[in-house]
Design a protein around this ligand. Structure first.
Ligand code: NDP
Ligand code: MG
Length: 389
């Protein structure tokens, strides 16, 4: 048996983090957990530390009392936690925190020569230029493996293309819970409506992003960076069954697709065991049982997020970072009941109009653009769109 690969998991208590640990559970002889972090769910983090015995653990929301039996590992709190976990002795750093807070840890891990398994799309949308400058020839010997199912699919299709360049990248989108809703009905959508995703069970932020289709907007920008694609090369097709995870088109007209049941453990285990494929206990795809798959064009009138992503990609520089920051603020405000669902997109659009775009080559430039966009969004949320009395 080869030596076990050691993995640090940043955001181990979330939807992706817990599913990554399920893949680890299925292969105890193959993986070892080096570090774990949570934001505030210390109860689950304590259970995980007790079970997986990492050498580093972190709680990003702040310091708390650590039970005596868990003091065998080094604990870090607050801002330090992600950095220390990314820096722990390990082979791979799986980044499954939510929001661009993951960016610095991604950069740190790459600089330290670790392989990054990335679910945290916001880090790439905000800091794609800085991140990808550390990943030379990412297809042949990947420094960064995508976990987002669409990008894992594209990555797998490109690996199968024998070095042939792609012409088009076709991202599939489930369409979210409001795919068939009229614009008027979407305008009245509640938190409960937005949190009912038809095919995937995920964290709250990405579930709301799926309802506005900002998730696909972020994924267009994620694809742009990961695969060095132009905005014109990135297409979106709505595919409600989430069986075709994405497709890549070539100049002879051939299109390769990657398929499977909707189960995030598939792209997680692909990244964890790359380049080998290992079983993880998921259901087999039986096309005859599904019968029919559907595809339809996206509607950018009801879902302007896709148009905003295209505009941000065309603008380049820090526009993607600003879009992401404004969306993080707007979704957080919606989840707290501070703004209505229908005002998430206007907050993002108006923030983008106000802050514009600047150069995004350094982390400092990205962090400044992020905080400028957050300041503008917070003003819009409290002064223009607030639902509070
Ligand atoms: P969850 O909300 O389920 O989990 C987020 C994780 O990050 C938790 O461990 C949480 O800790 C931690 N966290 C939350 N806020 C912070 C913070 N401010 N600083 C550091 N850590 C924090 O999210 P998901 O697992 O659904 O998503 C994680 C990432 O993966 C997102 O970027 C998402 O877009 C992406 N992704 C998710 C998919 C999915 O199926 N869920 C699919 C594709 C991509 P705590 O539990 O203590 O709050
Ligand atoms: Mg996805």
């Amino acid at each position: 048996m080869n030596q076990r690969r050691s993995i640090s998991i940043l955001g181990s208590t979330g939807s992706i983090g817990t599913q990554a640990l399920q893949v680890v559970d299925a292969h105890p002889g193959r993986f070892r957990v080096a570090a774990l972090t949570a934001h505030e769910n210390h109860k689950l983090l304590f259970e995980q530390v007790r079970r997986y015995r990492p050498c580093v653990a972190g709680l990003t929301s702040g310091e708390i009392q650590i039970p005596a039996d868990l003091r065998f590992c080094e604990w870090f709190f607050g801002e330090d936690a992600l950095r220390r976990a990314a820096d722990a002795p390990c082979d791979d750093v799986l980044v499954s925190v939510v929001g661009m807070v993951g960016l610095q840890a991604v950069l740190l891990a790459l600089k330290a020569g670790k392989r990054v398994l990335l679910a945290n799309k916001e880090a790439l949308v905000a800091g794609g230029q800085a991140v990808m400058s550390l990943c030379a020839d990412n297809l042949a010997s990947p420094a960064l493996l995508p976990i987002d199912s669409e990008h894992s699919a594209i990555f797998q299709c490109l690996r199968a293309a024998d070095g042939n360049p792609f012409e088009r990248i076709i991202l599939t989108a489930s369409g979210g819970p409001f795919r068939n809703w009229s614009a008027e009905r979407i305008a009245g959508a509640t938190l409960k409506d937005a949190l009912k995703h038809p095919t995937w069970r995920m964290g709250r932020k990405i579930t709301v992003d799926s309802a506005t289709m900002f998730n696909k907007a972020l994924e267009m920008m994620e694809a742009r960076w990961l695969f060095n694609a132009t905005p014109a090369q990135i297409e979106v097709v709505v595919h409600p069954e989430s069986i075709v995870h994405s497709l890549v088109g070539f100049r002879d007209g051939a299109v390769l697709a990657q398929m499977g049941m909707p189960d995030m453990r598939a792209p997680i285990s692909y990244a964890l065991s790359f380049p080998e494929r290992i079983p993880f206990g998921g259901n087999a795809l039986r096309l005859h049982e599904l019968g029919t798959l559907h595809f339809e064009p996206p509607d950018t009138t009801r879902f302007p997020a896709l148009r905003l992503a295209r505009e941000a990609m065309e603008a380049g520089g820090t526009a993607g970072c600003a879009l992401n920051a404004a969306n993080e603020c707007a979704v957080d405000a919606f989840l707290r009941g501070r703004i209505a669902f229908r005002n998430i997109t206007p907050v993002v659009e108006e923030t983008l109009q106000t802050v514009g775009s600047g150069p995004a080559g350094s982390l400092e430039q990205v962090m400044r653009a992020d905080s400028d966009a957050r300041r503008v969004s917070q003003q819009l949320i409290s002064k223009v769109y607030s639902e509070e009395p």
